[in-house]
Design a protein around this ligand. Sequence first.
Ligand code: SF4
Length: 450
Amino acid sequence: MNLPSGAKEDPPNRISGSLKFGCGQANELLISSLWPDMTHDTWRDWKWQMAHTLTSVESLSVILNLKPHQVARYKRLIDIYHYAITPYYFSLIDWTDPEDPVRKQSIPDLKELEVEIVGNNDPLDEEKDMPVPGLVHRYPDRVLAVVTNMCSMYCRHCTRKRIWGSGDEGTVTTKELAAMIHYIRKSPEVREVVVSGGDPLMVNLDLLDWFLGELGLISHVEVIRIGTRVPVVLPMKVTDELVSMLATHRPLWINTQFNHPREITPEAREACDRILRAGIPVSNQSVLMRGINDSPEVMKDLCHALQRIMVRPYYLFQCDPVRGVEHFRTSVWKGMEIIEKMRGYTGGLCIPTFVVDAPGGGGKIPLQPFYMLSATDRDILLRNYEGMIIKYFNPQDTDIPALRKSGGNGRDEAVPRVLNEQAVPSLPKETSRYRRRMKKNLSPLYKGDM
Ligand code: SF4
């Protein structure tokens, strides 16, 4: 087909015609030796994909060509941090590249044990902000419901590594889900429920339908959001049946997690398209990871590719200080550099907000490059993306100087004490979160064990 000049060709469709995989002959041979029963039809069937997900040390041994003495070390690793990778996501790995970004996200790495002493199993203090098991109530008007501990793939960088399940222990019980619904019903301040996990799209369809339906019956719940990596790691699970069910629970939003442009395949695009056509907006939350996407070029390519498939780049997360994940973490300066090199150079719809999810349940704190260089009550000195410096006359408003002086929260006195580690970070007493923790006899203090 002749494309108009300047138009980009789509990536080759890996499943059109005979089965072809994007990453070369070596990968095709490995795939056909791992799944000799694979056919064109089975490849598109999410149940086949699930049934053929790699989870055992034996499969790792084949893939990584392990020596006998290495097998025990990997066995220990996956006993602590389970391993699961769908054939589909596996097929995206380029085995000729030892630094392959898809491989790094999915194949267990002994570094997870080496860095195990650093970090925290629950760095975001989620357990402390759970009024009922599995339901995190951190922000004033929204809650996060962890409805399963199962995922189709276990991402090596996951913040909730601590809850990963295996076998049948995945889904939270109906009784626990009912307790979450009961709490939300009794909390009129909750207008948005984030349904998360694990991966909520791994929950039995009828059960998920029931849970979303119960939420929909609560008059003060205005919006439901689902966090899922299924479009990235198992896009064939986004079936018409699933999407039709989800569409009955609008207003519903989906957040997914593409971390590298190579993950945006024809199958992933088709999955997102199916969701979008059902009137469900899709946004993306990437995790910033060393050697995977910690470059402005990769991140720009990713965000451009997301925009082409109509998925809004929403957040770029600083990788959390989770135990077993330290090797992925970058300095926060890297995230700010990425935003600095995108803002102004590409459209605003392509630029995610870079956030640190603060330890101790501090929540998402956005970090921007320094565009405001200096300020008086009257004038502000701004810098644009090119380095141009501009004096901006600020209309006088009596509230603003107070905000500027206090940094917005009136807790200036705590800054040197926390910086000098004479005080552990604590919640301000006037917050509703502080009151919830006290009511449950939970400490309002953050005691990270980093
Ligand atoms: S899909 Fe999400 S919850 Fe599951 S392992 Fe990946 S990042 Fe963690």
